[in-house]
Ligand binder design. Sequence first.
Ligand code: NAD
Length: 336
Amino acid sequence: MPSPHRITLIEGDGIGPEIAKAAVDVIAAAGVFVTWDRAPVGQAALKQLGELLPKETLRSIRRNKVALKGPITTPVGEGYPSINVALRQQLDLYACVRPVTSLPSVRSRFQNIDLVIIRENTEDLYAGKEHEIVPGVIESLKIITKRASTRIARYTFEYATKHRRKKVTAIHKANIMKLSDGLFLRCCRSVAKRYPRIEYGEMIVDNTCLQLVMDPNQFDLFVTPNLYGDIISDLAAGLVGGIGLVPGANIGRKYAVFEPVHGSWPSAAGKGLANPTAMILSSVLMLRHMGEERAAQRIERAVSEVLAEGKTLTSDLGGTASTDEFSLAVVQRLQR
Ligand code: NAD
């Protein structure tokens, strides 16, 4: 019998527990034997253990090296700093990888989209360094370093090489933020020179948004500072049918945490409204990372078939199925 994988499972807040259950059921149906270390973060952790990012959760990820994570609620404009940002910084999960791909039979404005957003995950305005200088004046620091920019550029070009991608586009606003985004671009250019077979281009972030909604198929791979990457990820998700469909990975040198692009959609918690596809496809990325390629392919195929059949779709895709019904349909495909 193959030795089981031990993986940290962070269910998350809001719709998190429902979509986490879906992914766990699907992985089991694909025949991958996993021992799940359930570890809370966010509201659940605050309730159970009195802290938002418990040390034991971090220990569990460090021990297992891999985690599957649902979304976490972070109150807007008040309260505690983002737990996601803290988690990514503490584990040095410097590369956020988000493949955005058209799925069969999902109605959307464009077909055959196949692009990947690689976002620097540890600094930029997300360093969370804000303070009030005097009442009514806030300063928020945008941190861009040569080390982190070079590291994400290298990761992107290595990813392009491994995945046979042809073109990298660096996103920036260096026309305005000449020093910070200027440094990011210089690092990307310098790394790009070492990969002459991969086409390299640059695009200002506002034009990138325009180009994405006009002609997304012109793009292949993006490398971007943190904030722009966050924003264009949601935009790109809209191009392929919605945020419930796009998976993600946070990769570091030692650890990896897999999670969907979307948030915790608090108002839908417990209602069975969430599409679990993004979470299930995040677990596909995780299985690939762990060397479980066959199971990853089987799950991907099963999800595609359920979507293509069109009988069991969640409401974001025009259907009436619940989160559980969709994942059950995927499970049944895997068991055939
Ligand atoms: P959200 O992604 O939670 O929801 C925005 C909209 O997207 C929803 O109204 C819904 O229409 C749709 N949606 C989201 N997930 C879906 C799914 N699985 N299936 C179908 N439709 C789905 O974004 P928000 O409202 O901006 O944020 C809510 C909370 O989530 C905030 O506290 C935010 O900080 C947090 N958040 C967490 C993460 C994370 O943990 N990685 C990421 C983004 C936002």
